[in-house]
Design a protein around this ligand. Sequence first.
Ligand code: ADE
Length: 238
Amino acid sequence: MRIDVLTVLPGLFDCFLREGVIGRAVKSGKVNVNVVNIRDYALDKHRVVDDVPYGGGPGMVLKPEPIFRAYDELTKEGEKPLVILTEPWGEVFNQDMALELSKKGRLMIICGRYEGVDERVKSIVDREVSIGDYVLTGGELPAMVIMDAVIRLIPGVLGNRESLSADSFMDRGLLGYPNYTRPSEFRGMRVPDVLLSGHHRRIELWRKEQSLKRTLDRKPELIDKLMREGKLSKEEIE
Ligand code: ADE
């Protein structure tokens, strides 16, 4: 997969792309992330990327020309990307969307900034995406959140050990089960006996039950949704 990120703060992506699972995916070539400084595509000698809004009001708006120039240049050849604009008012990002995006060959993420982006930029945007109902100073963290969730789903990015985690339940749309590691007793708190039993079938059943309980407790609306979609049966809940 290739991801082009258009931003006015490219330095923010350095650690993210260098460390951990994402760093490994980049190094191994499973994903090719191209961070582009929108400023490099500004037309004037001061490389201005924002301007005051028409009609007045506070704040600055990202200008359209540098973004369109970057887009034109980057899409001259190769597969056309699915273009995402990070927006506090966009559709809220979730695991289903991450899965859908992970199947694309190419993405472009335009990081919104300041008080907004010139509305005409939206003519090249396929999806406006928010990472939650709160307002951040810019779209860089949202872009990293989206990339993290998407890249880890690319086949081969997670090792066996990592992919064997609670994801099998998450994939079904349930919340993850409780996890423990050594020591088996810590400050008077004991690891549930079943996890020490070595009985794989019982452990699997316990985890499924815990996942269901947690979901019923914290996000009961998910249970209704999964039942409506036929992904969860009445018997499994009982
Ligand atoms: N830009 C500012 N806040 C945001 C959010 N919550 N999601 C996506 N982009 C944003």
